[in-house]
Each structure stands twice: as structure tokens, then as C-alpha cells.
Ligand binder design. Structure first.
Ligand SMILES: NC(=O)c1ccc[n+]([C@@H]2O[C@H](COP(=O)([O-])OP(=O)(O)OC[C@H]3O[C@@H](n4cnc5c(N)ncnc54)[C@H](O)[C@@H]3O)[C@@H](O)[C@H]2O)c1
Ligand SMILES: O=C(O)C[C@H](O)C(=O)O
Ligand SMILES: [Mg+2]
Length: 471
């Protein structure tokens, strides 16, 4: 399966060139005719007769890449040895590794980090289990756990295919918040087995980040683990997303000057993210939310097999609207998509109220192509990093876990989440706020620090902190 991103990407073409025959001008014209731009040329090897070169080319989609790959071999003296995509190259062998804090230089070191010295440390922990926090990786380490059932918007692609996303989350934890983490993808989709397994591996970890586990199983898995473990358990697709969404919406409403209690919000995708996002907006004061899943608006006149939808119908849709997205979205102020690609049409956006806010957050393909939607909306956001206004849980999970680990929080509660949302929103000042800047960038170094501070404060206020954090 190939993801047509619709945006540019770099490919590296390794060419074997017959020195007597080839013409670089012809190669350049051919790449340009295929719609690519040459970014760089590296000579890999050279002899009197042959030269092997890597040509890095910027292309704007899969079709251009295919066209260039077809045209180049037709040139005289040119043989295409290999075409690699930079994204794939960054994944070869995985994206993370274990690093040592101290090197074992001699026998004395060996006897300390390993047998016999290590035995004394083990006994100390056996005598006083709390010491696991000071003498093992526990205090700074989170397990990133998935069963591969709702990987981005790709669906149930299984545990092995989920690994690149989980490795990516681990990279972000480390780079943004210096939290160590392990990506763990489980080869089971059985709720009880997942709960048992996570509980069994929990002693090594200071927190559990559940990721890309589909609804409705994710609700029970998280709830039971929260009750049965004494470390924070956080389903990122529910709560991380909800926190960042609330931050983005608070700032978008500053632009459109609409009051949170007056807006009509239409959601698509009433799964893990959709239900949690709805709940956070209700507690922030939104009164009119209508949720839409595959069969249309969720209302109170039917009984759903999914018990979460019956509960959802009770807390949303005050006018008990029925029908399709196109029918329900008329005069809505805000659209929030956590569902599937391409389901929002331009006509739907046109039918919204003045100054529409559209958050098309499905990954990797949003509910509407941003380029198509842009002329019709006041504020547009997606979950992706290649458009402005990235509403993605990456703005939340590193900082929220940094804070929770630092104050050794027992759990991550509602107050900590709302504090995190306000902290993220506050990074964008009044002077900076604009239609294309409602939410700070992932690379804004104020984000993690502000979220951490707000989360530690809320944890202290709600009595779930078990330690004064180091400053
Ligand atoms: N931007 C972010 O930070 C962020 C965070 C979490 C999830 N997401 C995205 O949101 C989407 C859902 O993720 P999830 O974890 O909630 O998955 P999920 O499987 O728990 O829920 C998805 C829901 O969308 C519904 N759906 C699918 N196709 C639909 C359609 N055509 N019309 C209406 N509803 C439809 C499904 O029936 C399901 O109820 C994914 O694309 C994911 O990438 C984005
Ligand atoms: O992984 C992401 O980019 C965000 C989110 O967790 C998702 O599942 O889409
Ligand atoms: Mg996810």
C-alpha cells in the first residue's frame, strides 16, 4: 500500500552511467520532464568507463516518481540501479537503539554492573520496592504499547506493521522530553490478554502509553489498567488527542470571536479519539456537539450495539438530529474529523456557518485535502507536520509524561489534562496568533516545559503526586 501524500518528498536514484555515452543534460531534462527537481548529485564511484552517482530528486507524489523511473532507463548510457525513498532509508534497521550510561571498561566495572555487585542492588529493591525508582530505569521509562488494531487511520494492520509508529513515538518521547521508552506491539487483540500482559510487564516502567488500540476495546483496557496499576496509564489516541484539540480550538475561537458555549460542533469518527475529544469539549463548555460515524449522526431514537454510542447519544446532539454528514454539518461552526480520508466535501464546508473552523485530523490522510478546503475556511488544521496548524497528540504526550514521571504521579487525571491543554494554548501569544498559527510547533521548546509545569502543579493540587520534582 502506498500513501500518496500529495506533498513533496525526496527520492535518491542510484544511476550507473556509461562515461562515453551519457549526458548529464539529458538526465536533468528527463527528471524535469517527469516533474522532479534535482536537489543534489553524489559520486559514489568513478572509473574511466563507468560512474555511479546518487541523484537526489524532489518529487511531488507517487505518479511523478513512477514517471521519472520509466523515463530515465530510456536514456543512452544510463542504468537505474536503485531508487530509494528517504522515508524508507530512515527506517532501515529501525529508528531507535539502546544506549549505555556508563561503559564497562574493566573487570571492576563488570563486577559492579553485573554479578556479583548487582546482587546487592537487587536485594535492596527486594527489601524496599520503592527503590526501583532510584536504582532502575523505571523512573524515566514508559512502555508504548499497541496491538496494531487502529494504526493511524490505516486500521487493523497488526503488531509488526504498527512498530514504525511506536518507534516514532519513542523517538519523540526521547528527543522532546528526554523520556526513555520501549515500543511494544502485542500479538493479541484479546482484551483480557492485553490487560494481563501489560500488568505483567509493568514493574519495569514508570508509565504506560497505550497507542493505536481500536475502540471500544481501548476503553476497557485503559480503565482496568488504570484501576489495577499504580503508575500512570494513558491512552494517547483518546486523551493526548483531546488535550491538543482543546488547545487548538481555544485558540481558533480567539480568532473567530465565537463563544465556546454558542458553537455547533460536528465530529466524524466516534471511536477512541472522537469520544475522548467530545468529552473534553463538553467539559470545556461546548453544548452542541453532533457525532457522526459510518451510518450517520448518532442520535437517541435507536439502540446501538456499541454501548459507547448509546452513552454518546445521551450526552450530545441536543436537537436529536439524524442523517448524513452533509445534512448535519449545515450551519456548523466547527468540523472535527478523527475518522477517515476524504469524507468531507467542499460543498459541506461551504454549507457551514460564517468563519468555519475545520480540524481534519485523520492520519496520514485528512478528511479533506487541505489545499482544496483552504479557500473556504477561516481556520484549518490537520494532524500532519507538512501543513500549518498541526493538531497532533505529539504536542501532549511527551510533556504530560515528563510531568507525571517527575512528580511520580499515580495517574494522569482530568485536571492534569485540562492544565496541559491550557499550557499548550498559552504558548501562542496574542501577537503571534493568526489563522495559520493557532497551535505551537512540535519544535517549539516552550511546549514540553509549559506542559510539564502545568501537569506537576495539577498533580499536586489533586493529590496524585508522590514526589516533589527536581527543578
Ligand atoms: N491528529 C491526531 O493527533 C490524531 C490522534 C488520534 C487519532 N487520529 C486519527 O483519527 C482517526 C481515528 O483514530 P482512532 O484511534 O479514534 O480510531 P478508532 O478505530 O478508535 O475510531 C475510528 C472511528 O472512525 C469511524 N469511521 C471510519 N470511517 C468512517 C467514515 N467514512 N465516516 C464516519 N466514520 C468513520 C469508525 O467507525 C470508528 O468509529 C485515525 O485516522 C487517526 O489517525 C489523529
Ligand atoms: O500518530 C500520530 O501521528 C497521531 C495519532 O496517534 C494517530 O494515531 O493518528
Ligand atoms: Mg495514535
Amino acid at each position: 500500500m502506498s500513501i500518496g501524500t500529495g506533498t513533496s518528498t525526496h527520492i535518491i536514484m542510484r544511476l550507473q552511467l556509461d562515461v562515453e555515452v551519457f549526458s548529464f543534460g539529458e538526465i536533468a531534462s528527463c527528471i524535469s520532464a517527469g516533474g522532479g527537481d534535482i536537489i543534489g548529485v553524489d559520486v559514489i564511484s568513478s572509473s574511466r568507463t563507468q560512474s555511479v552517482r546518487d541523484i537526489t530528486v524532489n518529487v511531488h507524489g507517487v505518479k511523478q516518481r513512477e514517471l521519472i523511473s520509466e523515463l530515465l532507463p530510456k536514456l543512452k548510457g544510463v542504468k537505474v540501479l536503485q531508487i530509494s525513498d528517504r522515508t524508507f532509508l530512515m527506517h532501515i534497521g529501525g529508528k531507535i537503539e539502546t544506549a549505555l550510561k556508563t561503559k564497562i571498561k574493566n573487570r571492576e566495572d563488570l563486577a559492579r554492573v553485573y554479578t556479583p555487585g548487582v546482587a546487592n542492588v537487587c536485594t535492596a529493591i527486594a527489601d524496599e520496592p520503592e527503590k526501583a525508582y532510584s536504582l532502575t530505569i523505571k523512573r524515566n521509562t514508559v512502555a508504548v504499547i499497541s496491538d496494531g488494531t487502529a494504526v493511524l487511520g490505516l486500521g487493523n494492520i497488526g503488531p509488526s506493521a504498527a512498530m514504525p509508529v511506536m518507534e516514532g513515538k519513542a523517538m519523540l518521547f526521547k528527543q522532546l522530553a528526554n523520556v526513555d521508552s520501549f515500543p511494544i506491539c502485542l500479538d493479541t487483540q484479546d482484551t483480557e490478554e492485553i490487560i494481563r500482559t501489560v500488568k505483567a510487564i509493568a514493574p519495569a516502567f514508570g508509565g504506560i502509553n497505550l497507542e493505536d488500540i481500536s475502540a471500544p476495546r481501548c476503553f476497557e483496557i485503559e480503565e482496568r489498567l488504570r484501576q489495577e496499576l499504580d503508575i500512570p496509564v494513558f491512552h494517547d489516541d483518546q486523551h493526548g488527542t483531546a488535550v491538543v484539540l482543546l488547545a487548538g480550538l481555544l485558540n481558533a475561537l480567539r480568532i473567530t470571536n465565537k463563544k465556546i458555549e454558542d458553537i455547533k460542533v460536528v465530529f466524524t469518527g466516534i471511536g477512541a479519539a472522537g469520544i475522548a475529544c467530545t468529552k473534553i469539549l463538553l467539559s470545556a463548555g461546548v453544548r452542541n456537539i453532533i457525532g457522526i460515524d459510518r451510518q450517520g449522526a448518532i442520535h437517541r431514537d435507536v439502540h446501538y450495539e456499541n454501548p459507547h454510542w448509546n452513552a454518546y447519544a445521551q450526552m450530545t446532539n441536543p436537537d436529536n438530529l439524524k442523517g448524513s454528514l452533509s445534512e448535519v454539518i449545515v450551519e456548523a461552526d466547527v468540523f472535527i474529523g478523527v475518522s477517515a480520508p476524504g469524507i468531507l466535501k467542499v460543498e459541506d464546508v461551504i454549507s457551514m456557518a460564517k468563519d468555519p473552523i475545520v480540524f481534519a485530523m485523520a492520519n496520514p490522510q485528512p478528511e479533506i485535502d487541505p489545499e482544496i478546503a483552504e479557500p473556504y475556511v477561516r481556520v484549518l488544521a490537520t494532524g500532519r507536520s507538512d501543513f500549518p496548524n498541526q493538531i497532533n497528540n505529539v504536542l501532549c504526550f511527551p510533556g504530560i509524561f515528563r510531568g507525571a514521571l517527575d512528580c511520580r504521579a499515580r495517574e494522569i487525571n482530568e485536571e492534569m489534562k485540562v492544565a496541559a491543554a491550557q499550557a499548550i494554548a498559552s504558548v501562542v501569544t496574542d501577537e503571534e496568533l493568526s489563522e495559520s498559527y493557532i497551535i505551537p510547533s512540535v519544535f517549539n521548546d516552550k511546549v514540553v516545559e509549559r506542559v510539564r509545569e502545568a501537569v506537576v502543579k495539577a498533580a499536586n493540587q489533586t493529590g496524585v503526586a508522590r514526589k516533589e520534582p527536581r527543578v
